[in-house]
Design a protein around this ligand. Sequence first.
Ligand code: ATP
Ligand code: MG
Length: 411
Amino acid sequence: MKQSELFTKTLREAPKDEEAVNAQLLIRAGFINKTMAGSYSFLPLGLRVLNKIENAVRNEMNAIGGQEILMSMLHPKALWETTGGWNNIDVLFKVPSRTEKEYALAQSAEEAVTPLVLKHATTYKDLPLAVYQIHWKFRDELRAKSGILRGREFLMKDMYSFHETQADFDKFYAKAKKSYLKLYKSLGLTAKATEASGGAFSQKISYEFMVLTDAGEDDIFYCDKCEFCVNSEISKQNIGEKCQKCGKGVLHRAKASEVGNVFDLSDKYGKDFKLTFLDKNNERKHPIMGCYGVGVTRLMGVIVEKYHDEKGIIWPESVSPFKAHLLRLADPKSKAGKLADKIYAYLLADNIEVLYDERTVSAGQKFADADLIGIPWRLVVSEKTGAKIEVKARNSKKVNLMSYGSLRQIL
Ligand code: ATP
Ligand code: MG
């Protein structure tokens, strides 16, 4: 894409009404736009990142057998009264209609998915099954100061699994947990799985996936030697103590952001909706259900919190809006200018995602924008680079002069 055609512009100054680094940088670089606190629009660069994260999530969910769907976001009040959510969930947005009916905006989708799936899955032969969606959620959050880490509307992947037995659920649960860790790794993040009690629904273990970052709102204890990690609120142990899991490491305290979780819902929703399936013995049973969330927009924010410096964002390649940022620092009609155009055409032909800065602005501005936007590879063609290309990784100070052939070895 040619940068001159990108309708967004970069800002020199951070917006005054944003405290969070993720929002400051994403707004300055033109990835997102704030509509109001907790509510953001995703612009061309931002949407490219979001789509990449979405696709990474989609691949993992498909790999463990999830079927993708898209459920309505506007729900009848009755669904939420059936589960008690209408009165008990404080973040639920309630929408009055001119017909005097009331609706709920999905803050999660157990209420929608349970009747939907059990309309189709009527016997044990239809189970197990897992459906998921990547869709917007609405929550009346009081604190919306963390940029896209905590939105009043945000993109979430929510998967729901349905099982005949607890044992079958446990098997799938373990698989989902593993696939989550793989997902975060593919996005350049190390997530620790905290064990937490299953909240309102059950006494079963649930896992929250935490990425250490000072921007996070969770407070955790983690072991410096093994994977052990626990929310400080529920921990029986304290900092400085030996880890109870491996016995070798010591517990540290850190701020973290929850980028996903997996819950055992047991048979709560089947019971609430009085919905059953026929089991092997021809008896009616409520399914054992699990739910599995990933904060897609939050992940984008966490990545920015982890990967930036004083000049801007440093995207991991797997989620960067483009792989290469080509800068033409020469008159378009000069030899170097024409070479830059040619390199752009080669990269496109080779299917390399490239943002081409062919604007008529100063070299200084092009460099500053490239650092702010944070694409992993910066390629410069100027009078000084001759027949070659000056190549610099965003996360390194080293510059190398390369032929197009050598460049293709690393891109
Ligand atoms: P938190 O404790 O951070 O409020 P939660 O326990 O409410 O999270 P879930 O309801 O299980 O989280 O949602 C699944 C995932 O969606 C979370 O793990 C998180 O990554 C993301 N998420 C939750 N609330 C928000 C929000 N307001 N803005 C952005 N992402 C969110
Ligand atoms: Mg919450």
